[in-house]
Design a protein around this ligand. Structure first.
Ligand code: APR
Length: 240
């Protein structure tokens, strides 16, 4: 599966994972594209926008509440756990588009959440930010300043947190192995991260049961699920 020699692997000093919804699929968290892209017959691509939120904040909050409840019950799978274990053997950073916190739950330490977090909340007007500590019963929730609170996530058309993004670009540009797992690589700017890695002549591996538009640009494509593939990478490191 990982057709790499021990010598090749030993040369990789900095590993960066770029992860997407597919890595959490085996934890029971649905992906965005493909068969599971609907919620109550709404297209999730259309709900994840600032216009949808201001048009119907109650509906969008219901969607996030339901997803948060599902995510709270979800457990990291063998794929998340393998990445966390790999940190014992190599310098690992994770640049994730996921908002589910499952990398952190599995024990990974260096995780950059490019699209925010479903357990965080922020005010639509003032600087208030917090973690969601208990179930939100009254929706949409209100800030002490009187304005509506929103999930602290990045919606379509919104800019990423600049500090998080700058750090992600630096890590991508410095790594010598990038492993791209469970992402369709269709959403910008996250889908440019492999390009930054390639500029540093990094080796690119994609783990995805399906092809993506960037598959032909990979050095190695593993057409299998992350929960099956990633533990095999850890086994290789254990035997080095
Ligand atoms: N293991 C690995 N990959 C998988 C698995 C699995 N078990 N199951 C599905 N996949 C792959 C799919 O083939 C697909 O290419 O995961 C990918 C999931 O793609 P998307 O649903 O498009 O998710 P993602 O790439 O994370 O979406 C990016 O778009 O909707 C926005 O902000 C949202 O962060 C999200 C962004």
């Amino acid at each position: 599966m990982f057709e790499l020699t021990k010598e090749q692997i030993k040369k990789f000093e900095k590993i960066v994972f770029v992860t997407g919804a597919g890595i959490s699929q085996e934890s029971g968290v649905p992906t965005f594209r493909g068969n599971n892209g609907l919620w109550r017959n709404y297209d999730s691509m259309k709900l994840a926008t600032i216009d949808a939120f201001y048009g119907n904040p109650k509906l969008v909050w219901e969607w996030y509440n339901e997803r948060r409840q599902n995510i709270f019950q979800a457990k990291p799978n063998e794929g998340h756990l393998a990445i966390a274990e790999l940190e014992n053997y190599a310098d690992v950073a994770i640049l994730t588009q996921n908002i589910d916190g499952l990398h952190q739950k599995s024990g990974s330490k260096k995780v950059l959440e490019l699209h925010g977090s479903i357990i965080k909340i922020k005010c639509t007007v003032c600087d208030f930010k917090n973690e969601i500590l208990e179930e939100i019963s009254e929706i949409p929730p209100k800030c002490n300043c009187g304005n509506i609170l929103r999930p602290d996530v990045v919606w379509f058309g919104e800019a990423l947190d600049q500090e998080v993004w700058q750090n992600a670009v630096i890590l991508a540009g410095e790594c010598d192995l990038m492993i791209i797992v469970g992402t369709s690589l269709v959403v910008s700017p996250a889908n440019t991260l492999p390009i930054y890695a390639k500029q540093n002549s990094a080796y690119l591996i994609e783990i995805n049961p399906e092809n993506t538009e960037m598959s032909p640009r990979m050095d190695l494509t593993i057409k299998n699920t992350s929960a099956i593939s990633l533990p095999q990478l850890v086994s290789i490191y254990k035997k080095l």
